[in-house]
Design a protein around this ligand. Structure first.
Ligand code: TYD
Length: 219
């Protein structure tokens, strides 16, 4: 892949001491718990924290979320990608950019661009380069300051998910082979954005995992 494409991306423009962090990983890797722990930690340090999820986080985004994750309407992989991008674009303009204009603020994102790269780029075979190139224009060309990639092998992640007894979404339903493909996608992302993405091994207790995240958070 032409590595030059990564030069078209920029960190979110924020004021001093404000940050955007994203959390990534397959379903069942414990993202929500880590986001909650990070939020409590940062609030104790005096930061204002905004938690946002993808797809979702805005009125439009939540409508798109229901459509993507719950609706049986027939869609191509490319249509899926465009729906995720519409949700992301709205989230950036409506929520993220205005919030980080003030100092001492942190946005914690439950999934962001790397989900599209891993799930649509690799899982749904669109290609990482295609998905990246579709982000190469404002406002989608802004990247989080740091991304925590929670890594668990696909088998373990599926076992954890089974323990939760939740209704499966259209990607979870695809099973182990798809989960393994997306994991490969995440590793590709890590290679491309090695400064931004920190891989955190997630086969420990929530507290042990969070200890590995703390050194990367602002103090
Ligand atoms: P969600 O219930 O938020 O999953 P989780 O709790 O595991 O984070 O559902 C989001 C689903 O959407 C998840 O299966 C990953 C998928 N997804 C993509 O395929 N591409 C994307 O760009 C995003 C943001 C999510």
């Amino acid at each position: 892949m032409d590595k030059q494409i990564t030069n078209k991306f920029y960190p979110f423009p924020s004021t001093k001491n404000s940050f955007v962090f994203s959390f990534e990983g397959g379903d069942g890797t414990g993202k929500s718990t880590q986001i909650q722990l990070a939020s409590e930690y940062l609030e104790k340090k005096g930061f204002d924290v905004l938690l946002l999820r993808e797809p979702g986080g805005t009125e439009l985004g939540e409508k798109i979320r229901t459509l993507i994750l719950k609706s049986p309407i027939k869609r191509s992989a490319h249509s899926n990608l465009l729906l995720f991008l519409a949700s992301r674009s709205q989230l950036i303009t409506e929520k993220i950019l205005p919030f980080i204009q003030e100092p001492g603020r942190v946005v914690l994102l439950d999934r962001y661009i790397d989900s599209s790269l891993a799930y649509q780029g690799v899982g749904e075979d669109l290609g990482i380069e295609t998905v990246l190139s579709m982000h190469a224009h404002p406002p989608l060309h802004f990247l989080p300051h740091k991304t925590f990639l929670l890594h668990l092998d696909a088998k373990q992640a599926i076992l954890r998910r089974k323990g939760r007894q939740e209704e499966l979404d259209q990607y979870e339903i695809k099973g182990r082979e798809f989960a393994e493909k997306t994991l490969k996608g995440y590793f590709e992302c890590q290679k491309l954005f090695s400064e931004r993405i920190k891989t955190i091994e997630a086969d420990k207790t929530p507290e042990e995992i969070f200890q590995k995240i703390i050194p990367h958070l602002p103090s």
